[in-house]
Write a protein that binds this ligand. Structure first.
Ligand code: ADP
Length: 419
């Protein structure tokens, strides 16, 4: 059969070439976790069928253990949100089908296998939301955003982990006022715990729960920065893996990962180890910074990580008399948002209190919650919790299956021993 060459001026053909393949959609869906079965919905066999129209409309059939599953609305939202993170996607429709008896058995087996084999592979629970904070280059305030966002989330009563993987400058411990080595227990590393100061919690808390930040920095491993700078790809990826597997993180609502600037090994390692990771990209208003940040967003997409938003830092400086000064130019955040297709979710003004807070070891989001920069971080935290990446709630439809799945691991061992 002859195939006509694609006419690049044909709008239909252009749209067609922009639509993702069903395989792309499946790879993106590997990042949707079933919080009860502790595995990705792809591994559990819940992604029954995926089709993509030439115009970018995607239809996903999700197989549920039971059609009356109370989690189905949650799963649908999650599937739609992830798939929309792929370039070229228009509408995303989710249909449900009920698993056949064989599928149910297979899902249960996959869950058992996962509980047995994979669960210890990282210490990060399937219910933990993972957010990588990335930038194209250093010095744009990525670590400041990580720390203050963590502080604002923790002030809401949430438990937030920070993994400081920014090899070019381990600034997170200093910004939170934690120094020194990590301690260990039963062969596991314990994070440094930073409780929310009482005053900061009272100003923002929505719940009675006491928020904390659990910090681990790769910088705790090395004696001086020049050692760290010698680390390259493989070592970095190994270190990341070690911090995800050997640290006793506990039950985190969020894990924020302060990424090394630029694209590369750590990003790919994270995508492999924690496919549920989503990303915030930080840039300054300068257009040059935005250009390098665009590459980071592109690379995230290629690793099937969803970029949930763009943060512009060092936006205008507001003088005490109310005058605005755009010291670092303007438009970088909006340009990156337009180019990457992710929304501009925060503009953090340039503010002396922010860097003073970092030097003093008390994030501005805690020390001066009413300052414009702190207010921007609290607003960003609210968007994340309420809309962009809400904490995972356990509401069971598969809990019974999970019980079954984990109850008889011995049986699986026995079966496996026979093969
Ligand atoms: P990165 O992690 O991107 O290298 P940092 O978060 O370490 O950047 O910030 C670099 C410097 O800029 C730090 O001294 C920090 O205190 C300062 N800084 C960052 N954001 C702001 C801001 N909005 N206002 C004032 N100073 C800032």
């Amino acid at each position: 059969m002859d195939t006509d060459p694609v006419d690049p001026r044909d709008p239909e053909a252009l749209v067609a070439s922009a639509a993702p393949s069903p395989e792309d959609v499946r790879r993106m869906l590997a990042g949707v976790m079933d919080p009860e079965l502790h595995a990705s919905i792809v591994d559990l066999g819940m992604v029954d069928d995926v089709s993509v129209e030439p115009n970018g409309d995607v239809v996903v059939n999700i197989a549920l253990t039971t059609l009356g599953c109370p989690l189905r609305a949650e799963i649908k939202k999650e599937v739609q949100s992830k798939v929309r993170g792929l370039p070229g996607v228009a509408e995303v429709a989710v249909h449900y089908v009920e698993m056949t008896q064989e599928q149910r058995t297979a899902a249960m087996q996959a869950a058992r296998w996962n509980a047995h084999e994979n669960a210890p592979s990282t210490e990060i629970a399937a219910t933990t939301r993972v957010l990588a904070i990335a930038s194209g280059k250093g010095g744009v305030g990525k670590s400041s955003v990580t720390v203050n966002l963590a502080a604002a989330l923790a002030a809401r009563g949430l438990t937030v982990g920070i993994l400081d993987a920014d090899i070019w400058g381990f600034s997170v411990p200093r910004m939170l006022g934690v120094e020194g080595r990590l301690s260990g227990e039963d062969g596991k590393i314990l994070p440094n715990r930073v409780p929310v100061p009482r005053a900061a919690a009272a100003a923002n808390a929505e719940s009675e729960a006491e928020g904390t930040i659990e910090v681990v920095s790769m910088g705790f491993l090395v004696d001086d920065e020049s050692t760290a700078l010698m680390w390259r790809g493989l070592i970095l990826t190994k270190a990341l893996e070690q911090f995800l597997t050997d640290v006793r993180w506990g039950a985190l609502d969020y894990l924020l990962v302060d990424m090394p600037p630029g694209t590369g090994d750590v990003q790919m390692g994270l995508a492999r180890l924690l496919p549920q990771t989503e990303m915030l990209v930080v840039t300054t208003p300068a257009l040059a910074a935005q250009r390098v940040a665009t590459r980071v967003a592109d690379m995230a997409r290629r690793s099937y990580l969803k970029v949930i938003g763009v943060v512009e830092n060092m936006s205008e400086f507001v003088a005490p008399d109310g005058q605005h000064f755009a010291l670092f130019g303007s438009g970088g955040g909006a340009a990156l948002a337009a180019e990457s297709g992710a929304p501009l979710v925060a503009s953090i003004p340039l503010e002396p209190a922010l860097s003073e807070g970092s030097d003093a070891g008390t994030p501005v989001a805690w020390a001066h919650p009413d300052s414009p920069a702190a207010a921007a971080f609290h607003d960003l935290a609210a968007q994340i919790v309420l809309e962009l990446l809400p904490p995972v709630e356990m509401a069971g439809c598969t809990a019974r299956i999970f019980e079954l799945a984990t109850a008889n691991l011995a049986e699986i061992d026995a079966a496996r021993a026979q093969t």
